[in-house]
Unconditional design. Sequence first.
Length: 319
Amino acid sequence: MTSQSDGCPVDMLIIGSGPAGLSAALYAARANLNPIVFTGPELGGQVSLTHVVENYPGFPNGISGPELIKAFKEHAEHFGSLFVNETVNQVDFSQQPFRINTDEDEYLAKTVIIATGATPRHLQVPGEEEFTSLGVSYCATCDGHFFQDKEIIVVGGGDSAIESGLFLTRYARSVTIIHHRDNLHAGAILQQRTLSHPKIRFLWDTIITDIYGNEVVEGVHLRQLKNGQTSKHSTDGVFIFAGYIPNTVPFRGQLAMDRQGYLVVDQVMQTSVQGVFAAGEVADPHYRQVVTSASMGAIAAMQAILYLEENINILQSLP
C-alpha cells in the first residue's frame, strides 16, 4: 500500500531535513512540485545541536542552530513543502517509480534527493553527550570563535584533526592534540606545520576516559596507553575529530559509494542512478558547512526539476 491515495508517484521525495534537504525542499516547492520531506529522527540534523551559527551569510550577529533550521523549514513550507515525521529504512531504486519505505508506509516517487547527512564518531565517554555545545564540539570552523584566548583540546591524528588544530590556533591560547598513537597519519605538510607550531603541543598514546565540568567543560581525565598512567587535564573545550559516518545504510547496494561510504555524485549532485540525487554531508567528506550543504541542496533540486522536464513523457506513463 502506498501513501498516495491514488497510487500515483509523487514528483519528488527528499530524505533528510538538514540544510541540504530544506534548501532542496524550498527550490522544489517554488517549482510547484509540493515535495515530501522525511524529517528523520531529528529535524535539522547536526545544525540543530549548534549553539550559535556565525558563518551563515545574512546573520552578522549569529543565529542559533535551531532558529536557523526553523526559518529554513518555514520558508520551505510557505511554498508548499510537506513534512513527514518518518525515517526511511529501505529503498528500491532499480526501476521507476522509485520505492521508499519507512516504518509506517511505502511511498512512490519520480525523483529522490538524499540529504541524510553524516554523524560524527563519538568517543563514547562519560560527559561527551552532556557537554555537547557546552565545550564539546565536532566543528572547528563552527565553534572556534567562542574559544578566544582559551586552552583547548583536539582529539585525533588525521587530516581533519590536524587541520582543525591549526585553524583553532587563530583563537586559542594553546591547543593540545591528544592522539591514541605515537605518530600522526595526516599529510606530511600538515604534520610539519603542526609539529613546529608554537601554540600546539601533543599528548601521544593517550585517550580521554571522561569529560567533566560544572555546566560547561572544565577538564578531562586521561589514560596513557603504554603505561596505564592516569591524569587530569584542565581545558575549556574538547574538539573531537574521530571521523564521520555518512548516514547511508538504506542505500547500500543501491547507489555508488566511495571507500568511506559517502555517496558519489557528479557536479550536479546526480548519483549513480538517474533521477536520484544527493546533497550535503552524505555526499561531502570535505567541507561540512551549512552554506555548502544548502547550496548542494539547491543544485540537487534544480537538477531534479530539469530531470522531470526532460523525461516528462516517460514519467507521465508510469503506472
